[in-house]
Design a protein around this ligand. Structure first.
Ligand code: NDP
Length: 494
């Protein structure tokens, strides 16, 4: 970081080469306040446009990003180090979410009539979901397009303006996303990016003009953000880390399970919040699974199949977890020597004690622990024994059994016979519980997350002899209501 005479700046670096990718201003609390204030008036304009005008502009934004896929993926590749193909897929996934949010906002949030019920028979009841105003989005570096777009697109579609603080490791991606929005929507700064370090994010979370914070990052930072939000009672959606498990049942397609486990654990160098960090395999297929997994893993190359560790400080966590895993368990592939900064080769360790930090804490590297279990019940019990609760995977040959296990998995999302597939379905809500956070992005729940329900009841006519909300009410009116309620609700079913 450099301190210029007037404006502090910081560099974003290519984690593979150390080359400077870009230099960005460190925006302080004053700059954040100004950005939020401008976004506040843009929010009014945006909300006033109505559903179809907003939809048209959001679909234009989608088209502009689509026309610039290579450019966006290029910056993602440079700032995170991930292969260009992976960066391209990430952008494509984000495009499908912008499309879904734009096309479904009115259906999910627009005004609708609600049945007033028998007692309210003389009322017309309506419900709609109004925008909040300015939404602050604080994003991570591991999927710097897909992840924040899960908040940005849905918040915009719900009629809000957005001020986005990207991770200091991927500011160029954040700046580009806002620039492309301005191409599609040049009228007002409805979506803008502020750059800086943690303190810039803290300023955004603590700004009274921000009506909701959508945070994605680590659990520890989420707690700090929540404390900053508490000052103004600003609501928060927190998408934090995970320690997701993959379960392989006795009747599973073992080759498919191994293929999925490997990709889930190692793609993006394991820097995926919903990546596979633990695998529990039923005894009957354990040996076959391990053969398939290690054979496939041996062909993987860090630096070719996946990129470097994006955040240098994470290397220490990965190194520590590998050390602890190998000390308590048995290395099947790789080990401490697999860490070749900034790259980490695939590491597979089996029989790591369940209380080891390598099994309990998020590693965020291309490593996986595998354990033999007696049956799927034991697998589920172990999978659920975590403070996190983000996602997970079940491989099983029995559809009913798989669905039953998935429902009992303590997580926000579970994929069956595929890995991370829920993220590619825009209509499915995404988010966790416990240390993985709360609230949802994506889908109808994700739209509602960025809106406030507005309920209206309109009396259409006075019910004769039933004026209950008046001091003029008599005993006879009350008796009539008690009779009606007894008729409607007074019978027991058994
Ligand atoms: P961090 O928690 O370090 O940072 C997340 C964001 O918060 C960054 O933009 C960071 O800015 C900012 N920030 C840091 N300090 C503060 C503060 N005091 N107040 C406000 N904002 C602050 O997470 P990472 O960027 O390291 O991301 C990795 C984590 O994110 C992993 O734990 C991963 O599991 C999780 N994640 C969760 C996802 C989900 O949807 N559940 C998806 C993707 C990742 P700066 O970078 O400038 O410090």
């Amino acid at each position: 970081m450099s301190t210029a005479t007037e404006q502090r700046t910081f560099d974003s670096l290519n984690p593979a080469t150390g080359a400077v990718v870009g230099t960005h201003p460190v925006q302080d609390a004053g700059a954040v306040r100004a950005a939020v204030a401008e976004a506040g008036s843009a929010a009014e304009w945006w909300a006033g446009l109505g559903w179809s005008e907003r939809r048209r502009r959001l679909l234009d934004y989608k088209a502009v990003i689509t026309q610039n896929i290579a450019r966006v993926a290029g910056v993602v590749h440079e700032e995170t180090g991930k292969p260009k193909a992976d960066a391209t897929l990430e952008v494509i996934l984000a495009i499908t979410h912008i499309d879904w949010a734009a096309r479904n906002a009115r259906r999910v949030l627009g005004p609708r009539r609600i049945s007033p019920g028998m007692v309210g028979a003389n009322l017309a009841a309506t419900l709609e979901y109004l925008p909040l105003g300015v939404v602050g989005v604080i994003g991570p570096w591991n999927y710097p397009v897909f992840t924040p777009m899960g908040s940005i697109a849905y918040a915009l579609a719900a009629g809000n303006a957005v001020v986005f603080k990207p991770s200091e490791l991927t500011p160029g991606v954040g700046v580009l996303l806002a620039e492309l929005f301005a191409e599609a929507v040049p009228e007002r700064p409805v979506f803008r990016t502020v750059t800086g370090l943690g303190e810039t994010g803290a300023a955004l979370a603590g700004d009274p003009g921000v009506k909701k914070i959508a945070f994605t990052g680590s659990t520890a930072t989420a707690k700090r953000v929540m404390a900053a939000c508490a000052e103004n009672l600003t609501p928060l959606v927190a998408e934090c880390g995970g320690k997701d498990a993959l379960i392989v049942d006795a009747d599973a397609d073992v080759a498919a399970a191994a293929d999925a486990a490997l990709w889930g654990a190692m793609s993006n160098a394991g820097q995926t919040c919903v990546g596979v960090e633990r695998v529990y395999v039923v005894d009957a297929v354990y040996d076959a699974f391990m053969r398939e997994l290690t054979e496939r893993a041996r062909t993987l190359r860090a630096g070719e199949d996946y990129g470097p560790i994006t955040m240098p400080a994470q290397i220490d966590v990965i190194r520590r977890h590998i050390g602890e895993a190998v000390a308590g368990g048995k290395a099947v592939l790789g080990g401490p020597e697999s860490v070749r900064e900034p790259y980490v080769d695939p590491v597979i360790v089996e029989d790591v004690p369940e209380d080891s930090p390598a099994v309990r804490e998020e590693t965020f590297g291309p490593t996986v622990t595998v354990r033999r279990v007696a049956d799927a019940e034991e697998a589920l019990e172990k999978a659920n024994a975590t403070a996190y609760g983000l996602a997970g995977t079940i491989f099983s040959g029995n559809r009913r059994r798989a669905v039953e296990l998935a429902r009992r998995m303590r997580s926000g999302m579970t994929a069956i016979n595929s890995v991370i597939s829920f993220a590619s379905v825009p209509a499915l809500p995404f988010g966790g519980l416990g240390d993985s956070g709360f609230g949802r992005i994506h889908g109808a729940d994700g739209l509602r997350e960025f809106a406030r329900p507005k309920a209206v009841s309109r009396q259409r006519f006075a019910l004769p002899g039933m004026n209950l909300t008046s001091f003029a009410r008599g005993q006879a009116e009350l008796d009539r209501v008690v009779k009606l309620v007894t008729f409607l609700h007074g019978r027991r079913k058994r």
